[in-house]
Design a protein around this ligand. Structure first.
Ligand code: TMP
Length: 240
């Protein structure tokens, strides 16, 4: 019962916890890109992403963002509150990169005049399409007030993480967040915040320190994740 697998995703396994209302996320070394078409492993990624996520969730909680985080456990596990997840991905962008640069014909690295929040439908079979509030309402995908709250929390998360990361020499280019609703009906930040789900560029050199190194076969993937962990630990330790 204690180890019953509730769900297995591309980068994490979710296990039942002995206490009702909580689950355990196990971070895997498996890496995928292009909606699962490219597959590989990044040595020690599970542990590093668990540690990076735990540090950032602790920082966000301490600064007023409700998250699912409870505690880090074992080598690569995180104990979290169980949430009913919204079937949506919220992408926050400060700088053009990746799919936005392609879609709008912008050079990667071009600053956006203001922060852009996009919503994607979590649906592997459809390739996680970009959607808007009208699609969510028309299809009844999520409660309107929950989506408003998730967008507000996504923007506040960006406002908190940008200066924190810059203090350790990382530019936060863009990132993806997932939200869910807890037993009391409160919207909380869930999932993970790691180099799998964010773009981090070295502020001085522009070197990419995130999963784009895997997606684009650039090499130095493990080293980049280890560098992010070292810097985030220093920044969160220093800011705590
Ligand atoms: P994109 O430019 O490919 O749309 O990605 C934007 C940000 O969201 C980037 O930091 C990577 C992250 N992301 C995920 O975490 N999961 C995904 O499935 C996708 C497409 C992007």
């Amino acid at each position: 019962m204690e180890t019953a697998k509730l769900y297995e995703g591309k980068a994490k396994v979710v296990l039942a916890d002995r206490e009702d209302g909580f689950v355990r996320m196990v971070f895997k070394d498996d890496a995928t890109a292009d909606n699962g078409l490219k597959r590989g492993r990044i040595a020690d990624k599970g542990r590093m992403n668990r540690d990076i996520s735990a540090a950032l969730f602790r920082y966000l909680e301490a600064h007023g963002i409700p998250t699912h985080y409870v505690e880090a456990a074992g080598e690569r596990e995180m104990r979290v509150r169980r949430l009913r997840m919204l079937p949506l991905e919220f992408v926050v962008r400060n700088t053009a990169a990746g799919s936005l640069a392609r879609r709008l014909g912008l050079p990667e690295g071009q600053e956006l005049g203001r922060v852009v929040v996009e919503i994607y439908l979590k649906n592997d079979a459809l390739g996680d399409p970009l959607i808007n509030r009208d699609h969510i309402r028309a299809l009844g995908l999520a409660d309107d007030g929950d989506v408003d709250r998730a967008i507000e929390l996504a923007r506040r998360t960006n406002d908190l993480l940008r200066p924190l990361l810059l203090s350790c020499g990382l530019r936060l280019i863009d990132f993806k967040l997932e939200f869910g609703v807890d037993a009391k009906g409160e919207v909380r930040l869930g999932d993970e915040i790691s180099p799998d789900t964010c773009r981090f560029w070295d502020a001085a050199t522009g070197t990419r320190l995130d999963k784009d190194r895997f997606r684009r076969d650039m090499g130095g993937v493990e080293e980049a994740y280890a560098e992010v962990l070292r810097r985030v630990d220093a920044a969160v330790g220093g800011a705590a």
